[in-house]
Design a protein around this ligand. Structure first.
Ligand SMILES: [Zn+2]
Length: 157
């Protein structure tokens, strides 16, 4: 995420006061979520996370300036228990990933944000993120959107 860290919309670059004073009504925060897992004989174990970074970098370059879009540091690990046993796979348990996403959402809500996009590039996270999104909305009122770029390929085929 080195490229994205330097971008204007990288939320943690702001001070607490700047975050407090941001207009939140239409603001959208993006949380990238990937995976560290075996990805075949020729690709690095961070492939899913790197795909997310590349797509977001391009998408934010093409997005109109001054839109209230804010990017968070990624969760580079995912729920990859289907790949356990392959060297290089480091999987979060469902409980851990649910806990991390929930805690981030609670922090955003208490900072005044209303909308969070979960930008997920690992298939094994999909069901869990849909589930946790509903739970977070019910407990905090934060509106969550789920987007997996991989699903676009399936739609277009
Ligand atoms: Zn994956």
């Amino acid at each position: 995420m080195k490229e994205l860290h330097g971008k204007k919309g990288f939320l943690p670059r702001l001070t607490s006061r700047q975050v407090k004073e941001l207009p939140k009504e239409n603001a959208l925060v993006i949380l990238p979520i990937g995976a560290i897992e075996q990805h075949g004989p020729h690709l690095p174990v961070m492939t899913d996370s790197l795909i997310g970074e590349a797509i977001l970098t391009k998408a934010l370059e093409k997005t109109k300036k001054n839109l209230p879009i804010w990017l968070l540091p990624p969760i580079s690990y995912g729920k990859s228990n289907e790949h356990i046993g392959f060297a290089g796979t480091i999987s979060l348990s469902a409980e851990t990933l649910i806990g991390i996403v929930t805690d981030i959402a609670v922090g955003l809500r208490s900072s005044g944000f209303k909308k969070l996009l979960l930008f997920n590039t690992h298939g094994g996270n999909v069901d869990l993120l849909h589930f946790v999104s509903r739970e977070i909305y019910l407990s905090t009122g934060l509106i969550l959107f789920n987007f997996s770029p991989g699903s676009l390929g399936k739609l277009m085929r």
